[in-house]
Design a protein around this ligand. Structure first.
Ligand code: FAD
Length: 463
């Protein structure tokens, strides 16, 4: 049995863990990272990156298919395109593999030692890693838990046979003829929309009365409209109950039984933290439900043990994990750091895309004070028109007394790229006047943000 010591040990090389290790290495902290799978974790291998690759391919395919139907207002017609999903998946795998090497290279460049294997706690300072060549014991002054999350399995619709997780969906070599999606959250809809564009007949089964239920109905309306246009059937208030052969058995909102014939059944009903199977019980941390309880500096209930990323709860987003990882590395290096989650943007890569940052109108109203809301539709934005993306809007929410911006939301084609400016506005404590007074390039969809601020101030120029 080999034994090594270090100042910082990071368990898990997802976006939280690898960013933490790189930053610690840059600051001269003697750092070891342990990863059982490939560098980059869920996000890079079976999450953000591969799903966006598939979504992009599906978008391109749908655009060309639309042109082939002779329906394009752009005056372009082409012959019917053919999709070879196996090649698309190989292209996607190539991107993932390049990024895997990139992360491994960055860790090396920062002087971080990577140990490949499954880590288990022995005590609050010691971890044992099962590597290919035997058990490696690592003693560390500080330990960061960044073990991430895994898909939730429904006991009555278990994974296997036709029932697949998001991970399996990203590796399909053929487009399923009929795809049932259980769960109308962002992962289910992103993938459901992509497969519908690639030619699958998609049915979404959602137990709640709305899809994307964490967003307000006004914001999700353009997405719901698009689901209909893409021929996606959405069963609301419906519960998946089991399977029979390849069919999904469902209890509909009026209590009736329905059978959805399917080639594949994609279950996307949420993600659970990876807190089992690696000796977490040895250190008896305080938990917040199934997640590890942390304070504002990602400290757990045990001195010297931090936790970051999905294992600590919502919002389960890669950039939140990264921000936490960077902060913890700096804390371990002796810097003063804190972290404010208020300005974390969240993007949903549906069609159209959704972006939110800060408070929704409802959340802002719940603070008690008066608020101002300005909304600007993309139907009045020249750039959106030129992209056939008129459906959607930008909405700014601010305090009525001092015009401090509390939240920004947008729905529309390509609005994911506005997430940075929304986050920046909140981070900088922008007032409506700051946004209204910022000269935005023309013609861009960003002008919608400026106009939303102007609207809230009562003098929008283009509406
Ligand atoms: P993870 O990325 O889950 O990484 C944890 C790592 O720890 C894994 O590599 C695992 O192998 C390793 N590990 C676990 N236990 C051990 C152990 N005991 N020993 C050794 N190694 C261990 N987020 C976004 O922000 N934007 C998106 O567009 C987006 N799209 C997504 C699409 C899909 C289909 C999915 C599934 C997720 C998506 N997410 C997205 C969420 C994002 O992937 C996660 O929020 C992010 O990966 C969390 O990072 P993390 O570092 O906490 O953990």
């Amino acid at each position: 049995m080999k034994e090594i010591s270090c100042k910082l040990l990071v368990i898990g090389a997802g976006p939280g863990g690898y960013v933490c290790a790189i930053r610690a290495g840059q600051l001269g902290v003697d750092t070891v990272i342990v990863e059982a799978g490939k560098p980059g974790g869920t996000c890079l291998n079976v999450g953000c990156i591969p799903s966006k690759a598939l979504i992009h391919a599906a978008e391109e395919f749908e655009k060309v298919s639309h042109m082939a139907g002779g329906n394009s207002p752009l005056g372009i017609s082409v012959t019917a395109p053919v999709l070879d999903l196996a090649r698309t998946v190989a292209w996607k795998d190539g991107i993932v593999s390049r990024l895997n090497s990139g992360v491994a290279g960055l860790l090396k460049k920062a002087g971080v030692k990577t140990v490949h294997g499954w880590a288990s706690f022995r005590d609050g300072k010691t971890v044992a890693v099962e590597t290919e060549t035997g058990v490696q014991v690592i003693r560390a002054e500080a330990i960061v838990i960044a073990t991430g999350s895994a898909p939730v399995e429904l006991p009555f619709v278990p994974f296997g046979g036709p029932v697949i997780s998001s991970t399996d969906a990203l590796a399909l070599s053929e487009v399923p003829k009929k795809l049932a999606v259980v769960g109308g959250g962002y992962i289910g809809l992103e993938l459901g929309i992509a497969f519908a564009k690639m030619g699958a007949e998609v049915t979404v089964v959602e137990a709640l009365p709305r899809v994307l239920a964490q967003y307000d109905a006004e914001l999700t309306r353009p997405v719901v409209k698009r689901l209909t246009a893409l021929g996606i059937e959405v069963m609301l208030g419906a519960k998946a109950k089991g399977t029979k052969g390849d069919a999904l058995l469902v209890e509909t909102s009026d209590g009736k039984s329905a059978k959805i014939a399917s080639t594949k059944i994609l279950v996307t009903v949420g993600r659970k933290p990876v807190t089992e199977g690696w000796g977490l019980e040895q250190i008896d941390l305080d938990m917040a439900g199934k997640f590890i309880r942390i304070d504002d500096q990602c400290r757990t209930s045990m001195r010297g043990v931090f936790a970051i990323g999905d294992v600590t709860g919502e919002p389960m987003l890669a950039h939140r994990a990264m921000a936490q990882g960077e902060m913890v590395a700096e804390l371990v290096a002796g810097h003063k750091r804190s972290w404010d989650k208020r300005s974390i943007p969240a993007v949903c890569f549906t069609d159209p895309e959704l972006v939110t940052a800060g408070l929704s109108p409802e959340e802002a109203k719940a603070l008690g004070g008066e608020i101002k809301i300005g909304m600007f539709p993309f139907a009045a934005n020249g750039r959106a028109m030129t992209k056939l993306g008129e459906d959607g809007f930008v909405r700014a929410v601010a305090r009525a007394d001092n015009h401090l911006v509390l939240g920004i939301q947008a729905v529309g084609q390509g609005v994911s790229e506005l997430s940075a400016v929304f986050g920046l506005a909140l981070e900088m404590g922008a007032r409506l006047e700051d946004i209204a007074g910022t000269i935005h390039a023309h013609p861009t969809q960003g002008e919608g943000f400026q106009e939303a601020a102007l609207k809230a101030l009562g003098h929008a120029l283009h509406i």
